[in-house]
Design a binder for this molecule. Sequence first.
Ligand code: ADP
Length: 240
Amino acid sequence: MLEIRELTKSYEQNLAVDQVSFTVEDGTIGILLGPNGAGKSTVIKSIAGLLKYKGEVRIDGFPARSMQAKRIFGYVPELPALFQTLSVEEHLEYIRRAYQIEVTQQEIDDLLRRLELDDKRGKMGSELSKGMMQKVSICCALLIRPRVLLLDEPMVGLDPKAIKELKEIVLELKNQGATILISTHMLEMVEELWDTVYVMEKGKILAVYRRDQVGDQNLDELFFSVTEREEKDNQEEETS
Ligand code: ADP
């Protein structure tokens, strides 16, 4: 479970995230949906402990900065950052040792095969394309068997096969009871995945939709009805 309470983050004068609170339950996929600049990445980076922020974040009940929390959450950043001089396989070995996880060679091979990296295992970080780096980053996050997985715009830069595979992996994790939070500005990428959608704009959550409550309503229509309503309210405020 992922609990965010009153998360606020400013970059100097710019208020990027304004008192955001939400909870993603075990065995569900939450989607932070909003246009560029809405604050999605800032929320994810704050949860991952990369930014200083005000508010509280709990991962499976543990404070986000605690060792217990760090052991159980995986994070795939929007822009993958790999070691230039480690090979694909060495990245996985690094994670295996850092997290002291028991993982068989068979499991590593399966993961590399699923993301079509098996023939790239000897390639150095510096030799990989953006998409390949993204896939290595995904493999590293999955290797720790995360209870909570954060994916920041994960589909950007991936080829169709990798997108399909990633969606299947995310659904498998969900079925195993993990909590998943995905940020995206592309509605169509998450249509089959979402349980709860948090519509974000200008640093705030404008609406929350649960699939079991809104049924088969089109996510596109819901999203635009909220963001257009907000725009209209703002215009009325400006003219009054
Ligand atoms: P999203 O992920 O929804 O595109 P971000 O969280 O990246 O949004 O950005 C939210 C706001 O914070 C934007 O106004 C953006 O310009 C600003 N911002 C993001 N990162 C920084 C940074 N490192 N320094 C200053 N402003 C930033």
